[in-house]
Design a protein around this ligand. Structure first.
Ligand code: PNS
Length: 161
């Protein structure tokens, strides 16, 4: 029997991408034949970077991952997952604090699209405390974010603040 191609989807706001996101992307990349990292174009929260900028940061920082495709989407995540024929959606779980929101989202998404599996990946413990919003606050207050984000993002944050 022919092996089924595993298409994975790693969605997020990525405002901006952090080293923690990249750690999850690398782990998901090992599992899939093709990994779509998709930036939500219409997030429910206010964003600092445009969708084009967020996509561009991801493209520049995942060049070394040959099976990755970077894109953006509008509307429901499960509709996009269907559109690209993804069989699994990846989400990073950092701490217990993430769990309730992620669990609810996973159950809603699966009830909207029965064919999808939601896979939670745990980042390297170095990145457990990282979040895009914390990074933005540190950058805004002129703190050093170089260990937390890729160089291209650090440069962009420095330009803004
Ligand atoms: O990086 P984030 O902000 O935690 O990512 C959240 C994201 C983009 C995965 C989520 O907001 C989402 O899926 N948005 C698309 C709209 C949607 O499908 N909402 C229903 C999910 S409960």
């Amino acid at each position: 029997m022919a092996k089924k191609t595993i298409i994975g989807l790693y969605p997020g706001s990525f405002d901006p991408v952090t080293n923690g996101h990249l750690d999850i992307a690398q782990r998901a990349h090992k599992i899939c034949d093709q990994l779509h990292i998709a930036v939500v174009a219409n997030p429910s929260k206010k964003v600092l970077f445009s969708v084009e900028e967020r996509v561009d940061f991801l493209k520049k920082t995942t060049r070394h991952l040959p099976k990755v495709v970077i894109s953006s989407f509008n509307g429901l995540l499960v509709d996009y997952a269907r559109h690209i024929k993804a069989g699994m959606i990846f989400r990073g779980l950092r701490a217990v604090a993430d769990f309730e929101y992620e669990f609810q989202m996973a159950l809603i998404n699966r009830s909207l699209y029965h064919g999808i599996e939601i896979v939670f990946l745990v980042p390297n413990e170095k990145f457990i405390f990282l979040s895009s919003s914390a990074i933005k606050e540190v950058a805004m207050l002129k703190g050093d974010v170089s260990g937390f984000v890729p160089a291209v993002v650090e440069k962009a944050l420095r330009k803004i603040y």
